[in-house]
Write a protein that binds this ligand. Structure first.
Ligand code: HEM
Length: 463
């Protein structure tokens, strides 16, 4: 027995000696944290924004931290982001995406299956086909809202704004709640059981999705399934892939719509300005059903209000796997070596989006921050006296930038427009404030609130 313990201790000691890593002079500052192997994982997962701000104060704009056995180099200088975003040869997007797909959706797709699926997605979500998708979305939204509030119902209906927005645009309930834990592999045993059973239920529900080409659905899902079938994916893999796509395409839009509606309702001046703009559009509509119709209709006030919302609440990590040793050139002339096998991560939420050097009172919602006085979009923002190429990055950028950006913007705009023109919607408590963000979700796209904002709504009397 004593020998087993001694041998185990020796093995542990050897493991730590051989996995010890020290910094070479050409590499970014290294911070391993105090706990062996785990490093900074707990603090990182609890509130990544706060943790990365602390590391930035300690080390500057670039540093490497250890988290759960992994080494992650974090770059926080927006002037230098291009050196990561534009180097798909040394810094790979797909490897880490595959890790997350396996952990969350129990799905394994090859590199080539993913590349072809993305090319196909571009055809459906960008350009000509986008108009068809927008029409489908508009029709579905209207039907849902109608079911929500039949014309003969006259009383106020009360609900949490997050539930209202997310439910109407998409809700996968418990599954989404456990998503961050699945990604980090930190589910407790009972949560694991819930995640598995919810996932199974969603796979079953989604079994028919895209398997027929009925006129009610978009052409994209059947085409996606055909592509996977053609590449040898069985029925089970196809279902898993459809769930993954459902989340990728819908999971961020509902929370974004919630934050925007919330900021408008808690900032009367912003709400009035957006309503005024929408009213002008609705007066030009000839159809009595009121729709945004001509999608090219300019909505500069809405656009700025949305951009400001995303600045405050879009917080993705832009993560890449270093597949080939790389020298990273910073905008200030410094150079750092990135080791093969490490990950590199940008966190635009901390900078540029919440950076006080770039934005005056960055915590405040100012609906017209991204608008010039003449109504044109404001795009000139500076840091250190130098104009920024990336002054906000809710959609990522470069080769792996968001394919669904335009579709997402259109959906959110349609949602807000439909609600504001057809309903009276107000806060139950006129003095209510926006809820805090759920700090454990930093890094996973759109943030979600910790709590909700209670609203009441009823059909607008149009006569
Ligand atoms: C508010 C809504 C959305 C936000 C904030 C958002 C954000 C992002 C971000 C930040 C990335 C880049 C990730 C990286 O570089 O590591 C991304 C990628 C992507 N997004 Fe979105 N997205 C949204 C909605 C959508 C929708 C509706 C679609 C549907 C088509 C979509 C499809 C994609 C795809 C396919 C990629 C991966 C691109 C690649 O493989 O290179 N997104 N999104």
């Amino acid at each position: 027995m004593i020998w087993t313990v001694v041998l185990l201790l020796q093995a542990l000691l050897l493991y730590f000696i051989f996995t010890q890593r020290s910094r070479s002079k050409s590499e970014p500052p290294l911070d391993k944290g105090l706990i062996p192997w785990l490093g900074h994982a707990l603090e990182f997962g609890k509130d990544a924004s706060k943790f990365l701000n602390r590391m930035k104060l300690k080390h500057g704009n670039i540093f490497t931290v250890r988290a759960a056995g992994r080494y992650v180099t974090v770059l926080l200088d927006p002037h230098s982001y291009d050196s990561v975003i534009n180097d798909a040869d040394s810094l790979d997007f797909t490897c880490y995406a595959q890790v997350l797909m396996k952990r969350i959706f129990s799905l394994e797709l090859s590199h080539s299956q993913m590349t072809e699926a993305k090319d196909m997605m571009k055809k459906h979500f960008i350009g000509m086909n986008l108009a068809t998708l927008n029409c489908t979305m508009e029709r579905n939204l209207k039907a849902l809202l109608k079911a929500e509030m039949p014309p003969n119902q006259k009383d106020w209906k009360k609900e949490g704004l997050f539930d209202f927005s997310y439910r109407l645009l998409f809700k996968a309930g418990k599954f989404d709640g456990l998503l961050t834990k699945m990604a980090r592999e930190t589910l407790r045993p009972e949560e694991k059981k819930t995640a598995q059973s919810v996932r199974q239920r969603l796979w079953d529900l989604l079994a028919p999705a895209g398997s027929t080409e009925d006129s009610g659905s978009s052409l994209w899902l059947p085409a996606y399934r055909r592509l996977l079938r053609g590449k040898g994916a069985d029925e089970d893999t196809q279902r898993k892939a459809v769930l993954m796509q459902l989340w990728a395409t819908q999971g961020n839009v509902g929370p974004a719509a919630f934050w925007l509606m919330g900021y408008l309702l808690t900032n009367p001046e912003a709400l009035t300005a957006v309503k005024r703009e929408f009213k002008q559009i609705s007066q030009m509509e000839t159809s009595e059903t009121q729709s945004l119709g001509d999608r090219s209709a300019a909505t500069p006030v809405f656009d700025s209000a949305l951009e400001e919302t995303l600045r405050l609440t879009a917080a993705p990590f832009i993560t890449r796997q270093v597949i080939r040793e790389k020298t990273l050139h910073m905008a200030d002339g410094q150079e750092y070596l990135l080791r093969k096998g490490d990950r590199v991560c940008l966190f635009p939420f901390n900078s540029p989006q919440m950076d006080p050097d770039i934005y005056h009172e960055p915590q405040k919602y100012k609906y017209n921050r991204f608008m010039n006085e003449d109504g044109s979009a404001k795009k000139d923002f500076f840091k250190g006296g130098k104009q920024l190429k990336y002054y906000t990055m809710p959609w990522g950028a470069g080769t792996n930038g968001c394919v669904g950006k335009q579709f997402a913007i259109n959906s959110i705009r349609q949602f807000v427009y439909t609600v504001l023109t057809n309903y009276e919607l107000e806060l139950c408590d006129p003095d209510a404030q926006m809820p805090e963000v759920n700090a454990s979700r930093y890094g996973f796209g759109m943030l979600q609130p910790d709590g909700d904002l209670l609203v009441q709504y009823k059909l607008r009397n149009k006569h």
